[in-house]
Design a protein around this ligand. Structure first.
Ligand code: NAD
Ligand code: UD1
Length: 342
């Protein structure tokens, strides 16, 4: 299959490219490197031992994107490109709506103009909001609590309407839970800009000595040890889910939203303990107040992913932590040379 991958240089995109190339697909990455580095793509080529085409551009650039579609003629699109920092989306909502929503509309227009009818979209479990019940299944009400989350829900709606309006158009909306981990080689991984917002990269930077201690956001939740519980999924499992989604597109009708998680959840303190085991380093932490907007627990019902795509997660916390440690210890400052980083 010829697959156009928006945002392919990013964390989840780069991990998906490796099995995609190894499976023999022809790939073109379309990315403006807003939150990523071309170095990730260089390493993907080495890991997959295959080449891929790259166009540097913004998904809102209709003319460039249209030219790219016309010359590459993709059979399907995997759409990762977008902004994803929840806190930043509260202070810059228009930027989030412009990049995520306007960018996705431009992409769908180019697909329509060029006869491309299949898309796999990176959505997020954040579309569910405060749980009415757990685990969340795909019928759970959708009440996202941030401009970022609302942008994801709006894109889901736009894609659904697009598939309804176009006979033969098909879409899978993958609702990721908490992606963590790295390629086991330690060559590619998550490389957040500045201070990490998310738990796993923060823990990894504490373990390597770039940060002093983890601040645990609250220990008074109604969970096993009082700290927040999440459904962490290994990025390698998540990468495989994209291949399963591509294979499933011609078996579905219209548009399907599918949870991508493990069905298990771990607390913050369980993550710290697992990381200490995997790295052999200590991870000092302090307990702080709750982070506004956080829920106590999130966990995926994964039955639909199994039934519809024949996919399920295979890797557990220890594999997630040891792969993250491989990446962090081999690349203490991510893709940037050490002198360029804080
Ligand atoms: P990332 O920031 O590492 O990757 C995003 C990629 O998109 C980057 O390479 C960036 O340069 C590119 N990009 C951003 N805006 C662009 C634009 N306007 N035009 C072209 N390229 C653009 O993020 P990620 O963690 O790999 O996430 C990928 C997708 O998955 C995002 O849509 C994100 O919202 C979604 N998602 C991520 C998580 C997570 O925890 N990582 C969870 C749920 C959903
Ligand atoms: C966050 C986003 C969510 C997004 C997801 C992607 C918010 C409110 N939600 O989810 O929209 O889809 O990232 O991965 O930002 N924690 C600490 N200390 C830290 C960092 C995190 O204790 O320094 C705790 C959090 O309180 C939470 C858990 O670790 O209980 C996981 O946090 P995080 O990695 O930020 O993910 P989410 O909050 O689930």
């Amino acid at each position: 299959m010829r697959v156009l991958v928006t945002g392919g240089a990013g964390y989840i995109g780069s991990h998906t490219l490796v099995p995609l190339l190894r499976a023999g697909h022809e790939v073109l990455v379309y990315d403006n490197y807003a939150t990523s580095s071309p170095e990730a793509l260089a390493r993907v080529r080495q890991l997959a031992n295959r080449d891929l085409a790259v166009v540097e551009g913004d998904i809102r650039d209709l003319a460039l994107l249209d030219r790219t579609f016309a010359s590459f003629r993709p059979d399907a699109v995997i759409h990762f490109a977008g902004l994803k920092a929840v806190g930043e989306s509260h202070s810059q909502p228009l930027e989030y709506y412009a990049q995520n929503i306007a960018g996705s509309i431009t992409l769908l227009q180019c697909m329509a103009q060029n006869g491309c009818t299949q898309i796999v979209f990176s959505s997020s479990a954040t579309v569910y909001g405060e749980p009415d019940y757990l685990p969340y299944d795909e019928h759970h009400p959708l009440r996202p609590q941030s401009p970022y989350g609302r942008s994801k829900l709006m894109i889901e709606t736009i894609i659904r309407d697009w598939t309804s309006a176009n006979a033969g158009a098909r879409a899978i909306l993958l609702r990721y839970f908490n992606p963590v981990g790295a390629h086991p080689s330690g060559r590619i991984g998550e490389d957040p800009l500045g201070t990490p917002n998310n738990l796993m990269p923060y823990i990894a930077q504490v373990a390597i000595g770039r940060r002093e201690a983890l601040l645990v956001h609250g220990d008074d939740y109604d969970t096993r040890d009082g700290t927040g519980e999440r459904d962490y999924i290994h990025v390698e499992d998540l990468a495989r889910a994209h291949l399963a989604a591509l294979d499933s597109l011609d078996r579905i009708d219209g548009c399907e939203a599918i949870n991508v998680g493990t069905g298990q959840s771990a607390t913050v303190l369980e993550m710290v303990a697992a990381f200490e085991r995997a790295s052999g380093r200590s991870v000092p932490y302090r307990i702080g107040p709750r982070r506004p907007g956080d829920v106590a627990r999130m966990c995926a019902d994964v039955a639909k992913a199994r039934a519809l795509m024949g996919w399920q997660a295979e890797l557990g916390l220890d594999a997630m932590c040891s792969a993250t440690w491989q990446w962090q210890s081999r690349n203490p400052t991510g893709y940037a040379p050490e002198v360029e980083r804080d």
